[in-house]
Design a protein around this ligand. Sequence first.
Ligand code: SF4
Length: 331
Amino acid sequence: MAVLSSARDRIKRSKPLLDWYQNAARLLPWRDTNDPYRIWISEIMLQQTQVKTVLPRYQTWFATFPDIATLAAVPLDDVLKAWEGLGYYRRARFIHQAAQHIVNRHDGAFPQNFDAILALPGIGRSTAGAIAAFCFAAHTPVLDGNVKRVLRRWHEKPQATERELWTLAQQALDASACPANWNQAMMELGATLCRTKNPDCAGCPVSNACDSAFKLDVVKQIKSNIRIRDVYWQVHLHLDAEKGIWLIQRPDSGIWAGLWTPPITELAAAPGQKPCHIHLLTHRRLHLYAKVSDVPSNGSGQWVADISEFALPTGIHRLLEKQQVRPCQAN
Ligand code: SF4
C-alpha cells in the first residue's frame, strides 16, 4: 500500500497533539471513567448524535439501567422508550441484544478482549477499538468520521480508502505512548478544530505536520461526503376525541424500526404543498405531510390515548406538535 506516514511526521504530531489535548479537552462525563459499560453506552450514543443532545441522556440512562444485568432483563420497548429523541433506534436494539449477549456468554462481565468486544451486536471495529483502548489500554485505534477527516487532511489524501485509513490510524497510534489519550485527542481535534467546514489551522497544534494546513481548496475537498436523498411521506392522522390517535408499530428494520407512528405511505414525488415538517437523517431528508382523517383506521395498530407511554420518533413528535395534537396526551 502506497499510503504510509513518515516516522518523522508521526513524532512531530504526537507530543504537540497530546499536550494540546491535556489542556483543551472538553470536560465530558465519559472521559472521567474507564468503566466499559459507561464507555460503551457513550460511544454508541455519540454515533450520529451531537454531544449536547447526548449529555443529559447519558446521565439518565444509568439511573434507568444502572448495570448491564438490569438492561438485559428489561423488555426491548423500555430500551426504545429510553432512547427516544436520540434517533437511529437500531442502536438501542443492538444495545439490548449486546447486554443479553454479555449476560448469557460472559456471565454479565464486559469482555476485555478486542475480538470478543467486536463480536458484540452493534459494535464495529472503531467502537471496539475505543472501548479496548479507553478501558483496557489496548493499542487499537478509533476511526470515526472525525478521525477519517483528520487523517485524510494530514496526508492530503481525499480519496484514501477505508483500508488505507486504518493503516494510517494504527501507525499514528503506535507512535504515541498512551492509546487512550491519543484516540481521545484525535477525536477532539476533528470535533473542535479540524471541523468539516472552516477548520482552525491557525490554532491547530499539528499544522506544521499537516499536508493540507491552510490549503482551503484541499480542506474543502476533504469534508463529509454524504449524499442525502429526499423522501416524501404522507402521515395519516386518525384522531378520535375519546380514543386518541391510531398508531402502528413499524417493522424491525428500516427507518424508525420498531417505533410507533401513525400509518405512513410514501409518495412518488413532492406534492404541490409545503411539508408539515422536515426531518433530517444521515442519508435521508424526510418531508412529512400530515393528512388528518376521522375515518376509523383498519389494519394492525391500536388507539393510543397517551403517546408518552410509547416510543415515537422525534420527527413524528414535531409533526404532532405542529398539527397541535398534544404531544403527551393525544386526545
Ligand atoms: S492544520 Fe488544519 S487541516 Fe490540518 S489537521 Fe490542523 S485543522 Fe486540520
